[in-house]
Write a new protein. Structure first.
Length: 349
């Protein structure tokens, strides 16, 4: 909330509604709750609070805003405790529920109304034309880091594979840096978008099956100076559909074999420890800071020992490990304190 804690603390012991309204007459505030997480990506607001106005208000309007966000609570009103109960159904909008219940509600209703299964991920990350990232962690953390890293480690005249390239955003970026880039993906629709909007700068290939992907990589033996994988390994280790048909060791071995001598494989993946920090809780603590590491519940990202294990089995060694940081003036406390992504560089053993 855009109201100083000092102005609220003056009546911290409680006061009648009329006293609060009088006290807040000369105060101005707005709903800034969403600045903590950001509006896009997996950090998107699933609480429904994003619809609140950001207009500066005072007096009675500010009092109502504070009450609506549960910063002021009537101890005799059972609505507060009731609101923090779990969802009764996927259609329940009267309770907050836990974060994972809200995510399930969001995925189950809003996103599945779209015809294409891939579009929800694309639309929450990219602008409608696919040429830019929306404001948020993907732009402020991921893209800024990639730009800076490959400015320090130039790709000019290098042969690059953008593995699982999606709509080709980073494929285009690497090509604009002077690299010769191939982007591959299993989504025919996304490859179609990539070819349409980035095809003049890079080459794209759609692989329809795992076998076709294996065969393509086998033909590309020793061809690449760099392979880039962004938010991909988590889906290989923990497939969304639970499928066990993918032999990740075989795939990674083929990727390693497609590297030239001295080549590197770059990973940008969610941080296994802190990605879930402050998200998940139970019905009594909906925003509790609950991280998972040894005991995996949500499997957002495999932990570092698992990553090193699958990579080493494929003959790849970790030689660089960084935590991409947001710009210093970012307003997101979480992004400043905890890494959302890890950046790793592997080379053939």
């Amino acid at each position: 909330m855009g109201v100083s804690s000092e102005s609220i603390s003056r009546l911290a012991s409680g006061a009648p509604q009329s006293k609060w309204i009088e006290h807040l007459t000369d105060c101005k505030g707005s709903d800034a709750c969403l600045e903590f997480f950001g509006l896009h990506g997996l950090h998107a607001d699933h609480t429904g609070m994003a619809t609140e106005t950001r207009e500066l208000v005072g007096g009675e309007a500010l009092f109502e805003l504070l009450c609506r966000n549960w910063l002021l609570v009537n101890p005799l009103d059972p609505a507060y405790d009731d609101y923090f109960q779990g969802l009764n159904s996927v259609l329940d909008r009267s309770h907050l529920g836990t974060f994972h219940q809200r995510v399930g509600q969001f995925l189950g209703i809003k996103l599945r109304l779209k015809d294409e299964r891939w579009r929800w991920w694309h639309d929450q990350k990219f602008t409608s034309d696919g040429l830019s990232l929306k404001e948020g962690p993907y732009k402020e953390i991921q893209e800024r880091f990639v730009d800076d890293y490959f400015c320090r480690n130039p790709l000019k005249n290098k042969r690059v594979l953008d593995f699982a390239c999606g709509n080709g955003f980073y494929t285009r970026k690497f090509a604009s840096m002077g690299a010769k880039v191939l982007g591959i993906d299993t989504s025919e629709e996304l490859i179609g978008i990539a070819t349409r909007i980035h095809g003049e700068l890079a080459e794209f290939s759609h692989v329809q099956s795992i076998e076709e992907e294996y065969n393509l990589l086998a033909r590309l033996n020793g061809e690449f100076d760099a392979i880039f994988m962004q938010d991909v390994l988590l889906l290989l280790v923990n497939p969304e559909d639970g499928s066990a048909s993918l032999d990740i060791t075989q795939l990674l071995k083929l990727l390693r074999q497609s590297l030239k001598n001295g080549g590197s494989l770059y990973l940008m993946e969610p941080n296994a420890t802190f990605w879930l920090a402050s998200y998940y809780g139970d019905s009594g603590r909906p925003y509790a800071i609950v991280t998972e590491y040894m005991n995996r519940l949500f499997n957002v990202m495999p932990i570092l020992p698992v990553i090193i294990d699958v990579m080493s089995k494929a003959g790849l060694a970790l030689i660089e490990y960084e935590h991409p940081r947001p710009p210093q003036d970012t307003k997101s406390l979480k992004s400043n304190e905890f890494p959302s992504w890890d950046f790793m560089r592997f080379v053939p053993l």
